[in-house]
Design a protein around this ligand. Structure first.
Ligand SMILES: [Zn+2]
Length: 365
């Protein structure tokens, strides 16, 4: 009997140890835990066997050691069964107590630079109507994507499954542009003209939405300029160099293909177009300022139109790929004061550099 008590104590110890060891392992099912406990008990039993046998012989020569062992085995098995059930019970309790996994629930998809919204904007503008407030509030969700904290770039894919590409995409932007092959790149044909516009602070950047009429043509495909916006510092790098700011001119073909032109901005002389936009900055987020005049986007292009080109993505959620990027080699000058004004609103709104995954980069000779 003393042996049984001693064994019971051992079994209890093994069981408690097993519970402690697996307390946080919520993926292990009950059947596994039961068999694991039994295995542990059997191992313990076999290592004890010789010792138990000797003690039994010394106590009573008439008692059959084999019969006693069989009895002990049975008792041990029953005990193991009970302990396994108890372990399963305790695990279930642990599972109930476990705090729920943090889930960033987005009530609506992020839509800051999304084109459908801009399309509506443009049609609203051309009909002379004011931008409907409901459309702009579409970017409201419980956890906003942002450039820092829990909504930051590392969590974009977690905030909304629609943003999966931000994590798993292999053609993501921005990148550090280097080792491009030097070729005679086809010049981009610009057809920009003075245009009506509105300025929106969409919570991620200052965005200028444009009425129809501006386009570029490349390889016979026409892409219409929909909007442009700014990042500070520049998202793209060129041979590791970061610029003060960048303007992204977002174009879309009739087939829905996106082409973005990046204009790197550096401190220097004043830029009239930038000043006009800053003059018309809206006082409230998501409340577009609708100036009466027009802007000429040619003023946002550098003198030299040589460029780098590669295939990438949107640099904001949902990080859609298949975007044709063209980055001007020559930066455009704006004043430090003009940079400082943007910085007051957005001191840092740039997605980190992404892996190039050996993408081909071409650059104009
Ligand atoms: Zn951008």
């Amino acid at each position: 009997m003393r042996n049984l008590i001693a064994r019971f104590a051992t079994l209890l110890f093994v069981a408690l140890f097993s519970i402690t060891l697996h307390a946080s392992d919520h993926d292990t099912g009950t059947p596994d835990s039961k068999s694991a406990t039994k295995d542990a008990l059997r191992n313990k039993k076999s290592s004890d066997t010789d010792d138990v046998d000797t003690k039994l012989k010394n106590k009573s020569a008439s008692r059959s050691a084999a019969a006693q062992r069989e009895k002990d085995d049975k008792a041990a098995d029953e005990l193991a069964e009970k302990i396994a059930l108890k372990v399963a019970e305790i695990r279930k309790e642990n599972e109930k107590l476990k705090p729920p996994a943090p889930i960033y629930r987005a009530t609506r998809r992020p839509s800051s630079y999304s084109l459908p919204q801009n399309k509506t904007t443009i049609s609203a503008m051309s009909s002379g109507a004011r931008m409907p407030g409901e459309l702009l509030s579409q970017s409201v969700h419980q956890i906003h994507w942002s450039y820092e904290g829990e909504g930051g770039p590392a969590n974009w894919a977690k905030i909304d499954p629609a943003n999966a590409k931000c994590d798993i995409g292999m053609r993501q932007s921005p990148i550090d542009i280097r080792d491009g092959i030097h070729v005679d790149l086809e010049p981009i044909q610009f057809d920009y003209k003075p245009t009506r516009f509105n300025v929106v602070d969409n919570g991620h950047s200052i965005q200028v939405n444009l009425a129809a009429g501006n386009s570029i043509t490349l390889s016979g495909v026409r892409y219409d300029l929909v909007q442009f916006h700014f990042h500070k510092p520049s998202e793209e790098r060129v041979n590791g160099r970061v610029y003060e700011m960048v303007a992204h001119l977002v174009h879309k073909s009739s087939e829905g293909k996106l082409a973005v032109i990046a204009v790197l901005l550096e401190p220097g002389k004043s830029n009239e177009l930038i000043q006009t936009i800053w003059n018309d900055l809206p006082l409230e987020k998501n409340e577009p300022a609708q100036p009466t005049g027009t802007i000429d986007i040619n003023q946002l292009l550098p003198t030299s139109k040589l460029y780098f080109t590669y295939m990438g993505s949107l640099t904001t959620p949902p990080c859609t790929e298949g975007v044709l990027w063209m980055v001007f080699k020559q930066a455009l000058e704006i004043t430090q004061e003009q940079i400082n004004i943007f910085s007051r609103l957005y001191p840092r709104n740039a997605r980190p550099i992404q892996n190039t995954f050996d993408r081909l980069i071409k650059e104009s000779n």
